[in-house]
Design a protein around this ligand. Structure first.
Ligand SMILES: Cc1cc2nc3c(=O)[nH]c(=O)nc-3n(C[C@H](O)[C@H](O)[C@H](O)COP(=O)(O)OP(=O)(O)OC[C@H]3O[C@@H](n4cnc5c(N)ncnc54)[C@H](O)[C@@H]3O)c2cc1C
Length: 414
């Protein structure tokens, strides 16, 4: 289908690249421009804290598409260039080199960036952050040199970097204000399991404290904690969360609140402008509220959903959130979204590192996490998505197949 239309995507990462691919797959014959501030062609970030960081796989393994893909599909890849302004009335996007691109549809896939620690010594050499492949390369060089690292923050990035650094033989200390790692998402009970996984591997966990300052002569040599300790180190990795990159949208007058606000069709408040991926705070039909998630699977699926809607389809994005993490030999998948819950039900013994945890509200599962247990995600999705009433005892019993529970609706077999 030929077309004189131009669809522009800002952000050449997983969301943007999958959206561009979908525009072509669905037969859009007009011009597709994929603008990206980074110089590398679109790549996936999960390996950057795992096997790529440890030097076990090379660059070729992280790219979303082969090098020739973009030319073959007539996708204009404008790398190393940033979008600096949107004129929503004229449907124009301004780039940092002065070019102005007219668009019929625009997708904002600008992702998120690490929150910076604005404290004394924060600018010292050796205080590192991890978001891009360049960051991962810089961190890998440090891992190659060995020594000791202080990881600030015990969220997913901090936990995975700590694991990779330990696997490379470094001395690792994690500092975090919570009582356990991953506390915000997993809560105290399941977070404690992850604390034990790390301490068993020799990571020192300094929990319930913060960082007061980084000290050193030009480069960081020491971390001062808020409870008065001084920790010598060769470098520091800060992983204290990310902020959605929504400045471009906000300056253009597009509605923003914890990311770019979009409806279930991923449309922003400006006509013809869509947003997807880490930057999008999307109205989710299942939850009946806006949610913004920072997950690989969301980038993978929301980019294509936005592209389909840019082509005039009206498909609500209603997949349940899903993410995964690998630390040492402990792999997990988490399905759902839970800000609060009544209790956690465990299926299997966490000490064996093979179990499933369920976060419950009344008699419903709101989130489930399988750890070193595989092929249960569909059943967990079904339990959550169909709001199946479950009995804690049966849920906890590994002899009762999850599929069986997932097919029981309100006490009767569906
Ligand atoms: C180290 C690491 C490990 C991760 N591991 C996991 C994991 O195990 N499991 C999981 O589920 N998720 C994981 N994630 C999260 C996952 O990678 C993100 O959810 C995903 O990358 C989001 O994709 P995105 O395309 O929406 O945004 P991003 O990947 O942030 O990409 C946005 C892109 O837009 C570009 N950009 C921004 N502004 C502009 C502009 N004005 N002009 C041009 N370009 C611009 C940026 O340079 C960037 O390239 C991990 C993330 C990191 C950093």
């Amino acid at each position: 289908m030929t077309s004189s239309e131009t669809h522009v995507i800002v952000g050449a990462s997983l969301t943007g690249a999958k959206a561009a691919e979908t525009l072509r797959e669905q037969g859009f014959g007009g011009r597709v421009v994929l603008v990206g501030a980074e110089h590398a062609r679109p790549y996936e970030r999960p390996p950057l804290s795992k096997d790529y960081l440890r030097g076990e796989v090379g660059r070729e393994k992280v790219y979303v598409h082969d090098e020739g893909f973009y030319a073959e599909h007539r996708i204009d890849l404008a790398l190393g260039r940033s979008a600096v302004g949107i004129d929503t009335a004229r449907h124009e996007l301004a780039l940092d080199d002065g070019e102005r691109l007219s668009y019929d549809r625009l997708l904002l896939a600008t992702g998120a960036e690490p929150r910076r620690l604005e404290i004394q010594g924060g600018e010292l050499d050796g205080v590192l952050y991890l978001r891009s492949v360049r960051d991962s390369d810089a961190l890998r060089e440090r891992l190659d040199s060995g020594g000791s690292v202080v990881v600030v923050g015990a969220g997913w990035i901090g936990a995975e970097v700590a694991a990779s650094a330990r696997q490379r033989g470094l001395d690792v200390t994690v500092i975090a204000p919570g009582s356990v790692p991953l506390e915000r998402v997993l809560g105290a009970e399941v977070g404690a399991i992850y604390r034990d996984i790390h301490t068993d591997q020799g990571v020192r966990m300094l929990l319930g404290t913060g960082v007061e300052a980084f000290e050193g002569d030009g480069a960081v040599e020491r971390v001062r904690t808020s409870d008065g300790r001084e920790l010598d180190c060769d470098f520091v990795v800060v992983g204290v969360g990310v902020e959605p990159r929504s400045g471009l949208a906000a300056e253009a007058g597009i509605a923003v609140d914890n990311g770019v606000l979009v409806d279930e069709l991923l449309q922003t408040s400006a006509p013809g402008v869509f947003a997807a991926g880490d930057v999008a705070n999307a109205h989710h039909p299942f939850y009946g509220e806006h949610i913004r998630v920072e997950h690989w699977a969301n980038a993978l699926n929301q980019g294509p959903a936005a592209a389909a809607n840019m082509l005039g389809q009206r498909i609500a994005y209603e997949r349940l959130p899903y993410f995964f993490s690998d630390q040492y030999d402990v792999g997990m998948e988490y399905t759902g979204f839970a800000r609060e819950w009544d209790r956690v039900v465990l299926r299997g013994d966490p000490a064996t590192r093979e179990f499933v945890a369920f976060w419950m509200v009344e008699d419903r599962v709101v989130a489930g996490m399988n750890v070193n247990v595989w092929d249960v995600t569909d059943a967990i999705k079904r339990l959550i998505g169909e709001r199946v009433a479950v009995d804690d005892r049966r849920l906890a019993d590994p002899d009762v197949a999850l599929e069986e529970l997932a097919h029981v609706k309100n006490g009767s077999v569906a």
